[in-house]
Every structure is written in C-alpha cells, then in structure tokens.
Design a protein around this ligand. Structure first.
Ligand code: IDE
Length: 452
C-alpha cells in the first residue's frame, strides 16, 4: 500500500553530465574542454584520473538507454558537451557532435523517456578559456550562440532545457577555491564570472525559446539551507552572509531583484562590473527552477581578515562528532534540509515550478558476488523523497525529482573514487551492474510513491 503517493505525472528521473560519463574525448571532431586540460594537469585530480574514457557512454549509450527503460524512470537529465558541438567554442559547427545527441534524443523518446537537456555542465571549450573563459564578457555571447545551434537542431523534440548547472560551483570552486577547472584562485574574477554566467543564461533563454516552440526553460542552482553553528549573534550573522554568498547572489537577480545589497556591500570593490541592461536580461522569466540539494551549509563566524565573507563551513569531523551521519563526500545527511530549502524557496521566490534536478549520495559501494548492496543509498533516497513529499503537501510546486546519478561516473577532482550511481560501473570492464537501489527506485517509480 502506497503511504506517500506523489501527484500523477510526477517526473521521476536520473541525471548525468557529459564529461562525467561520455569518454571518447578525441572522437568525431570533439574539441578539448577545460576539464580535459585540468584533469591532465598533474596533481589536480585523484590519482590523475581523467574523463578520457569515463563510462564510455559515447559508445554504450544504447545499453544505458535500455537500463533507463528497465528502471522505468519517465525522465532523464543529461548535458550536452559544448566542445562536441563547437570544438573551438564559436564558429564552425561539428555536425557529428550534433548527430550523437540527435540519436540519443530519438532513442530516449522511443523509450518514452522525457529528455531534460543541460546546456552547460562545466566543460567549457578550451579555446574559449584561451580567450579569457567566463571572466570574459564575450563568452556569455558565445554561450547564447551555442544554445541557439543546439536548440535549432533538437528543439522540435527536446522541450525541457536547463541553461546552466550550478553557476556558484563554476564561479567559486573553479575560480576562487581553484579545485575545479580552470583552477583559478581569485575572488574578483570569481565574482565577475558569476555575473557573466548569469548574463549568458539571460541571453540564452530567448534563443532557446525562439528555436524550441513551447519549451520549458530553466536554470539549475546548487542551493542549501544555511544553519548557524551556534545561536551566537556572530554565527547567526555569518550564516546570513553565507546565505547571500551561496543562495541569494543567484536567486535574487534571476527573480528580478538585482544583486542583494548586503552582498554588494560585503564584496565592496570586488563587486562585478555590469552594463546597462544586464540585470534585465538575467531576470528573463523562466518556466522552472532546478534545485540541486545534497546537504545544508553549517556556518560559523570567521574573523580572518583574508575572508571578506567572515564565515566558514563547519568541518565534516565536527558534524560527525555532533551526531550527523556523513556520506563518502563528508556531507551530512539531513533530509529535513531539503524540506526546509523547498519551503524557503516557495516563501521567498515562489517559482512557478521546481524540479529537484540532483539529489543523491556517494557511499563505499562494494561489488560482492556480482551484486552491490547499498542500503545506505536506499535509506538516503527514501528519507529525501519523504521530505520532498512533505514539501509537496505544504504547497511547493514540485514537478519532478532526478536522482544523481544514473551510474557511477567521473566525480571531478575525486576522479572515480566516489560512487553516486544507481548502477555500479566496473571501470576495468566498463560493465554496468545495477545496485540494489536501482531496483528499489524502480519500485518507487512504479508505485509513484513510498510504500512505508
Ligand atoms: O558531487 C556530486 C555531483 C556532481 O557529480 C555533479 O556533476 C554536480 O552537479 C554536483 N553538484 C553538487 C553539489 N554542489 C557542489 C558543491 C561543491 C563542490 C562540488 C559540488 C554535487 N554534485
């Protein structure tokens, strides 16, 4: 008996990204991306792992579509590799790159799976990085031109478009922390990059709409509820600043409010350079907000003068000592954080539609006697689905949920050392082995809800 049933037509799905699963980095005219450069730079990724082969999805996609069909998920979120479409970032279009995604979309539709296409999931053509990358305003225009090319080819069949995946990570992990490509460590550049990413979204949306009639267009943000480490005033204020840094810096301009004043004051002369019309472009109406939720941000005050934010994350070992269970990424497992986030989004921004475009967890999955028992992942997903159900009951316009990830894949700087998949990948043989969570999720989809 289904105790917590989801609305009819709820879009259960799985999610992946091009550089993390495709491999075939030199095939059919693909150009290099900044992640090819970064992963081949010694010391940047776990044991020097690269996406050269990954899951070899570029060649094994028919089997992967079949595994999606067997799972029974009605939707699949994947990203398109800009370097396959425009190997130099602009100019000459690579038809063989478009052909690959054309075949994939047709196979998904044939399998009655709705494709959700992410246009940018971190794999910027290296040629554009050589011309300044996202720190250069011209890259925003190049992105809109790329979106136009793809939407013209696929827009008759793809009706759900996500411009960007997690601009906060691109800007601050890639250009401030430097642990993602292109590996820059400069606060001013990172903040300017965040502006150019939002601007590129604003210019891409009309291009997509023009080429894909009645398409639903949105953007995916990594968002977290921010919790102060203590009730001390300094920690509560630090949490407010961190909420501005992580959440409001992107949500406010996307929902027509411009950049948050408190963050512009905090950033001071690090604030981005914007041109007249930029904020109007960024605020172009969207049809849905994509939310990637993994864990809350636990924050405490930090007096360091080198930290304009004066707020830092509580380290994982402290969270564990406080009683939180952690995933293999060191992220605290807090299903209620998803409910809290969704309610806040509904209260403060009231998007017309929300999709959870990523939620999942890495655990120390072991292949034993040809099977992978992953009870922790089943418990994680169960509890987060229950939190999503509570949010739905409280009026949040949640229309779908994409589990990260369909299969184990290249986990960026962690390489292949972290496994998020519902399907286990044996990287020696590239064999796909559905984990127990795959069968469990299939049951949830069939019942359209949680049984207990
Ligand atoms: O780490 C799991 C996934 C990753 O594989 C996806 O490509 C990416 O969209 C993704 N985003 C998050 C959450 N945000 C985040 C924060 C700091 C560093 C990296 C990701 C998790 N994940």
């Amino acid at each position: 008996m289904v105790e917590r049933r989801f609305p009819d037509g709820f879009l259960w799905g799985t999610a992946t990204a091009a550089y993390q699963i495709e491999g075939a980095v030199d095939e059919d005219g693909r150009g290099p991306s900044i992640w090819d450069t970064f992963s081949h730079t010694p010391g940047k990724t776990f044991e020097g792992h690269t996406g050269d082969v990954a899951c070899d999805h570029y060649h094994r996609w028919p089997e992967d579509v079949h595994l999606m069909q067997q799972l029974g998920a009605p939707a699949y979120r994947f990203s398109i590799a800009w370097p396959r479409i425009l190997p130099q970032g602009t100019g000459q279009v690579n038809q063989r790159g478009l052909d690959f995604y054309d075949r994939l979309v047709d196979a998904l539709l044939q399998a009655e799976i709705t494709p959700f296409v992410t246009l940018y999931h971190w794999d910027l053509p290296q040629a554009l990085q050589d011309r300044g990358g996202w720190a250069a305003r011209e890259t925003a225009e190049a992105f809109a031109a790329y979106a136009d090319v793809v939407a013209r080819r696929l827009g008759d069949r793809v009706k759900h478009w996500i411009t960007h995946n997690e601009p906060w990570v691109v800007a601050f992990v890639g250009h401030f922390l430097g642990v993602h490509a292109p590996g820059i460590q400069d606060a001013r550049i990172a903040i300017q990059v965040s502006h150019h990413l939002l601007l590129s979204h604003g210019h891409a949306v009309p291009a997509i709409r023009a080429a894909s009639p009645d398409a639903q267009v949105g953007i995916t943000l990594n968002l977290s509820p921010v919790r102060p480490a203590t009730e001390a005033e300094e920690d509560r204020l630090a949490a407010q600043r961190y909420d501005g840094f992580l959440n409001r810096w992107f949500l406010d301009p996307l929902f027509g409010r411009g950049y948050p004043q408190d963050m512009l004051a905090t950033y001071g002369e690090l604030a981005p350079t914007a041109q007249t019309g930029d904020l109007d472009a960024i605020a172009v109406p969207i049809d849905f907000l994509g939310v990637n939720y993994y864990t809350p941000a636990f924050v405490r005050y930090d007096a360091s003068v080198l930290n304009p934010l004066k707020a830092i994350l509580v380290p994982p070992e402290e969270l564990q000592a406080a009683g939180y269970e952690l995933t293999e990424m060191g992220w605290a497992i807090v299903p209620d954080g998803l409910y809290e986030l969704l309610i806040r989004l509904q209260r403060d921004f009231a998007p017309s539609t929300i999709y959870i475009t990523e939620n999942g967890a890495a655990f120390a999955d072991q292949l034993e006697d040809g099977a992978v028992r992953d009870p922790k992942r089943i418990a994680f997903l169960h509890d987060h689905f229950a939190a999503a159900h509570r949010a739905l009951q409280d009026g949040v316009p949640l229309r779908g949920y994409f589990v990260w990830s369909l299969m184990d894949n290249f986990e960026w700087a962690h390489g292949y050392s972290k496994r998020f998949g519902l399907i286990y990948i044996d990287y020696e043989t590239l064999e796909r082995i559905p984990k127990e969570s795959y069968a469990w999720y299939s049951e949830v989809i069939r019942a359209n809800g949680l049984v207990q």
